[in-house]
Ligand binder design. Structure first.
Ligand code: IPD
Ligand code: CA
Length: 274
């Protein structure tokens, strides 16, 4: 890839190659035993040697092919290239291991999540479950795919029959607020699921394995790739009251479920609290 403006397909091709090899590293390091566990924002927010090693590997691999790009990663922040500016600027958004607590416990729900932003817009994304090899991809305008299958989300239209995935932050005060929201929602839906990896949750919503997903407190690396995959599968991906999906709230739901879920979450002040 030269210095000319890349296509979304070219960026996805590189993302795939890099994410697959990163996922191999995560899985191999898990098999060798989880090491160097430290904590970040709270005592339950862990980071392992693998989170850091995978991020370093991805940054090095991207830098080799596209040295002028920026990479925003969860563990090291913005690590390569100048700040993206000018037409054709590419920024990669990386969660080296989404689902770190699952990784710690050996639960098979942890993923490498890698997205490419072109001129500030996410145009390509891959989420690869490192434990199972499941892989979801999307390019802007090119649909969402898993294993050659085009994804189109759930056809459920009744919120009362919807299986809704969500997640919780690491901060106890935030969790207390999230628990209140959940208490108000769980009586209004079929059931809820908490798998422990936001990127995978978004992909499960994209493929219709859950009907919808919402969460407060996500970082860009948690939802950049999975959000594109869900949107390209035809889901509405947004925050509250027309806001873009972001730290206040991410809702991903098929059009028929979005409004009733949004209304219920707004009434429960899902974007509020700490
Ligand atoms: C976390 C997971 C979890 C979600 C948290 C995230 P991490 O990411 O995606 O499902 O509920 O909000 O922080 O720490 O495993 O990369
Ligand atoms: Ca992570």
């Amino acid at each position: 890839m030269g210095s000319s403006r890349p296509t979304a397909e070219e960026l996805l091709e590189l993302a795939l190659e890099v994410a697959r090899s990163a996922a191999d590293t995560a899985r191999r390091m898990r098999a060798e035993g989880v090491s160097a566990v430290a904590t970040k924002s709270t005592a339950t927010d862990v980071v392992t040697a693998a989170d850091r090693a995978v991020e370093r590997q991805v940054v090095a691999a991207l830098r080799q092919v596209r040295p002028d790009d920026t990479v925003l990663g969860e563990e090291y922040g913005s690590t390569a290239g100048p700040a993206p500016s000018g037409p054709g600027a590419v920024r990669w958004i990386l969660d080296p291991i989404d689902g770190t607590v699952n990784y710690l416990y050996g639960l098979p729900q942890y993923a490498v999540s890698l997205a490419a932003e072109l001129d500030g817009e996410v145009v390509a994304g891959v989420v690869r479950n490192a434990a199972t090899g499941d892989e979801w991809t999307a390019t802007l305008g090119g649909g969402a795919w898993q294993d050659g299958r085009k994804l189109s989300g759930s056809t459920e239209t009744d919120l009362g029959q919807a299986l809704v995935a969500t997640g919780f932050g690491y901060d106890p005060a935030r969790r207390a607020h999230q628990a209140g929201v959940l208490a108000g929602l769980i009586t209004q839906v079929r059931d809820v699921r908490r798998f422990g990896a936001a990127a995978i949750d978004l992909c499960l919503a994209a493929e219709g394995s859950v009907d919808a997903y919402y969460e407060k407190g996500l970082n860009h690396w948690d939802h950049a790739a999975g959000g594109l995959i869900a949107a390209e599968a035809g889901l509405r991906v947004a925050g509250l009251a027309g806001a873009a999906p972001g730290p206040d709230l991410v809702i991903a739901a098929p059009p028929a479920l979005f409004d009733p879920l949004h209304e219920r979450l707004a009434r429960l002040d899902a974007a509020g609290g700490p």
